[in-house]
Design a protein around this ligand. Structure first.
Ligand code: GP9
Ligand code: MN
Length: 661
């Protein structure tokens, strides 16, 4: 009886396959491409779920083609095959640059990709993309062969309605099988979609693309949350932030002083310790770090908006959204920011950058952040170009003139943010960086990174020295943060860390001196400098508490005597320990590092995987809560809403839209 049923099912499947050979080729090719993409990005895995979801999605997307006669149906299958190949290729390109997968909400961002010119475009082009077209070629050849063998004559569908119903049924059943096997965490990740590599790894590229499409098609412009929930959430946050702040010796030490913020492009910590035959890479930066307060365990918390995300988080102490770029998609929301808070204290606030002002939508967003004026490309004479545009040296020289002029015009204190540009990927304009011997790294991409960094260091020295000569640092504080890492490949780090000076050769993996770039080290290498320095203050302090970009504002604002009720970070000068949460769900503290992609927890001491990570589940929940809270504040424009509620209750916390000049 049972055997009878099994053989009936077998016959049924064989029969359907025989009748739909072209579709089988389409499905097999789609699965092969999905496997290939995952092998080239998140790593090769043979999970059943992505395979089954791919089968069902390909069946469901192609089911209506059954209405057509064979010839036209085959054309539709070929078009679909090309479409699947394109999905895989575009995602491979995107992953090469952002280590994540493309979302519809990020399409605007591709404009910026283009604006970075040919070098970046070239770097994401990957010859392996050509592999994705193989299934289409196989499909076309198969159709031809089948045609020759009169397959299409024999396999004429007789009952189209039944065939479609059967296709829909099989597709839905397969999808249902996968869905019922998902854990609640999987389901919540599928809805929130901020851990995109996890979704692709677990469910394949097609289901991710479909889920992303559905999310974006139905997402509202401004998300509305139940009022009570909003009040509750914001009450807690504001209460926490406004309750008696822990007093520390740094409170108001810079009150009323000019603030110069250097957004230091692609500066990473590891290079500060690196010695070349020509000496340290960043001697001047090292001097600032030594004399000032150097936060040596600092992580930017950017998402795909890189520079712009860091500008956002530095100024607001909110995390950037993780399914878009806040500078582009949420420039019309209300934020409490450093420039706005300082302006309430009588400051003027400006920002300066030598590139096109539309890049990252800065023209609009710097206004939203509260800067009175954003000086961009058009305000500078492009008299020397390196890499992406105006050289840092010229940018600093011209910016100092502008700052000087402003200071002469008015007595009010000034906040100026200067965003550097030269030390930006691909770091290959080497002949313009000046002579700097990087020894065995000569001619490598990491060698170029060091040369470029050395140039940026000389430009920084020029800025600080000239500002000092002009007397502009006598009553000022200088704040510098590295905006994000520079996507340096592991092989480059290996070359940097495994060179034996004595033998002139690289250590082999068996050598006790060999440094393995494990997942923990790979994360730590992405740290960037955060320095607070003021002329005449010999702080000579190095702070090693883990901190993220969200903690920069609370730490600095306490020193400036202002505070942001909506901040998510902590004043690190008052914290003994801290956990840094990243927009993709990763987090790190002084003991462990959690990787959300693979749900792995590593000990920082032993660098080993911690098998039993139950004890850390609470921190995972905290990570989810903070990410969600930050996203909700931004997407739901909750600061505007809550300020209105407080104003009604006669408790205004208001930071008016500025008077832009
Ligand atoms: C361009 C610059 C680069 O103006 O700030 O942005 P990034 O690529 O580093 O995000
Ligand atoms: Mn940047």
């Amino acid at each position: 009886m049972c055997n009878n049923l099994i053989s009936k099912i077998k016959n049924f499947i064989i029969n359907i396959c025989k009748k739909n050979l072209v579709l089988i080729f389409l499905i097999a090719g789609g699965i092969a491409n999905d496997l290939l993409l995952r092998a080239m990005t998140t790593g090769f895995t043979l999970y059943w779920k992505p395979i089954v979801t791919s089968i069902s999605i390909i069946i469901l997307t192609s089911v209506l083609a059954l209405l057509l006669p064979h010839k036209r149906r085959n054309t539709v299958y070929v078009i679909l095959s090309i479409f699947f190949a394109l999905i895989n290729s575009v995602n491979l390109m995107y992953y090469n640059h952002y280590s994540s997968f493309l979302s519809l909400s990020l399409l605007d961002q591709l404009e910026h990709f283009k604006a970075m010119g040919n070098d970046v475009t070239k770097s994401v082009m990957d010859a392996r993309m050509l592999l994705f077209i193989i299934p289409t070629i196989v499909l076309i050849v198969a159709i031809r062969k089948l045609k020759k063998n009169d397959y299409f004559e024999e396999a004429k569908p007789r009952r189209v309605g039944l065939e479609i119903a059967r296709g829909l049924g099989i597709g839905c059943v397969l999808l249902g099988i996968v869905f019922t096997s998902l854990t609640t965490t999987d389901l919540s990740r599928l809805v929130k979609q901020w851990n995109r590599p996890y979704l692709v790894e677990q469910l394949g590229i097609y289901s991710y693309t479909l889920a992303d499409f559905i999310k974006n098609a139905f997402s509202q412009k401004i998300k509305t949350l139940p009022e009570e929930e909003v009040d509750h959430v914001l009450n807690d946050l504001v209460e926490e932030n406004t309750k008696e702040q822990e007093e520390n010796e740094f409170k108001e030490i810079f009150k009323g002083k000019d603030v110069y913020v250097i957004h230091y492009e692609s500066a990473q910590n590891f290079a500060m310790d690196y010695e070349t035959p020509d000496g340290p890479v960043t001697p001047f930066l090292n001097r600032l770090a030594e004399e000032g307060i150097f936060f040596n365990n600092f992580y930017p918390q950017h998402s795909v908006g890189t520079s712009s995300d860091s500008e956002f988080t530095f100024n607001t102490s909110l995390l950037p959204i993780n399914d878009g770029t806040v500078f582009i998609t949420h420039a019309n929301r209300e934020y409490v920011t450093l420039p706005k808070m300082l302006k309430e204290e009588g400051y003027r606030a400006i920002s300066m950058h030598g590139n096109n002002g539309d890049f990252w939508n800065r023209n609009i967003m710097h206004r939203t952040l509260g800067y009175d004026r954003f000086y961009s490309e058009f305000d500078y004479e492009i008299d020397e170009e390196i890499g992406l545009g105006l050289s840092d040296m010229s940018f600093f020289r011209q910016s100092i003139d502008k700052i000087k002029e402003l200071k002469e015009l008015s007595d009010s204190p000034l906040m100026a943010t200067l965003i550097t540009l030269t030390h930006h990927y691909p770091f290959d304009d080497v002949e313009k960086f000046g002579d700097f011997d990087v020894g065995h790294l000569e001619g490598t991409s990491i060698g170029n990174y060091l040369k470029s960094y050395h140039y940026a260091d000389r430009a920084l020295e020029y800025f600080v020295t000239r500002m000092d000569e002009e007397g502009l640092l006598d009553n000022a504080v200088l704040v510098l943060y590295g905006d994000h890492h520079a996507s340096i490949p592991r092989a480059d780090y290996r070359a940097l860390l495994n060179y034996n000076e004595e033998t002139g050769e690289y250590y082999s993996e068996e050598d006790p001196e060999y440094v393995r770039i494990d997942k923990v080290l790979a994360k730590e290498l992405k740290r960037t400098p955060f320095i607070i320095w003021a002329k005449g203050h010999d702080f000579n302090m190095e702070i090693d508490t883990p901190m993220g970009m969200v903690d920069a504002l609370p730490t600095l604002s306490n020193m400036l005597g202002v505070s942001n009720p909506y901040q998510l970070g902590t004043d690190i000068m008052s914290a003994d320990s801290n956990t840094v949460f990243f927009p993709d769900g990763d987090w790190i503290n002084d003991k462990v590092y959690y990787l959300a992609d693979s749900a792995e927890l590593f000990s920082l001491e032993t660098r080993e995987l911690i098998e039993d990570n139950e004890a850390y589940l609470a921190i995972n929940e905290e990570a989810e809560e903070i990410i969600l809270l930050s996203n909700n504040i931004i997407q739901g424009d909750l600061i505007r809403y809550y300020n209105a509620v407080l104003a009604q209750n006669h408790k205004p916390i208001r930071y008016d839209e500025d008077n832009i000049s």
